[in-house]
Write a protein that binds this ligand. Sequence first.
Ligand code: DAH
Length: 343
Amino acid sequence: MKKQLQELYAQTISVIEKAATIDELEQLRVKVLGRKGDLTQVLRSLGTLPQEERVAIGKLSNELKEKIESALENRKTVLTEQQINKLIMEDWLDVTLTMPGTLKHYERGHLHPISQIQYEIEDIFTSMGFEILDGPEVETDYYNFEALNIPPYHPARDMQDTFWTEDGNLLRTHTSAIQVRGMERLKPPFRVIGPGRVFRYESIDASHENTFYQVEGMMVDKDISVAHLIYFMKTLLKEIFHKETTIRLRPGYFPFVEPGFELDIHCLICGGKGCSVCKYSGWVELLPCGLVHPNVLRYGNIDPDKWSGFAFGLGLNRLVMMRYGINDIRHFLSGDIRFLYQF
Ligand code: DAH
């Protein structure tokens, strides 16, 4: 009987070691240790044995039973680990892998060229101590015209015809409205820029759009002169075009500045020799500016006897067109993805 038990044990252990699945182990457990299992039967038949043998065989059977149980348990742990490793190897997902095929990289979106230049300009001005302001696109007559020294009868309104709402508000025609809001909020001295989208009732062609982008700028401090204006504008242009630009100031009329200027730059396309972009003049009109009119300061509750300032209005569409040699303003809002992919 002892020999029989040991054979059963040896055989069971060898099957356990070869078992490939947890199911197989379970079947084996039932076959050997289950209610009608081989070893269970031996234990049951102990009663028929003589006293001495019964004790010895009983002890052995229990020992073997424990050993088999722990062998089953160990094998089960090994198989479980194997199964987990297999799952990890087969089912893991490398999210950094690109799609199969010819695609070398994921198509990622990017900023519109106008937003790109806007953010660049914001960086340039914040590095010079300017604060960035925002304003609503639907404005009141007061902020868009009146507080900028453009009363209702003023002919300058005609140059900025725009879209009116039925309750007498309008889509702002320029970011200059942000100046007024800035003056109301801030105490001098201050330096601000206000980027944004503006609207005009234009007949559209290669250089006119009904919707375009500007950055307004305003600095108010003690004894501000045209020299300050020129310094900041030259610094801005140098940072944007990565080289010294030659500029000139021509008189320009805007009711909210006195004196007012048109700032021109030497054409970057032809270097001033004359081309179609500069209409063969060598100069490109880039940025209107001037010293803030005393009336405008008064509207902003700033005493013009104590404070003075400069202001400018930079057209972003024109700037991007100069930078990349784009010849039609209508591309910007066309939504043509082939145009946008280039930047
Ligand atoms: N707001 C003017 C326009 O859109 C541009 C402008 C001119 C802004 C002179 C200024 C300025 O701040 O000083 O035509």
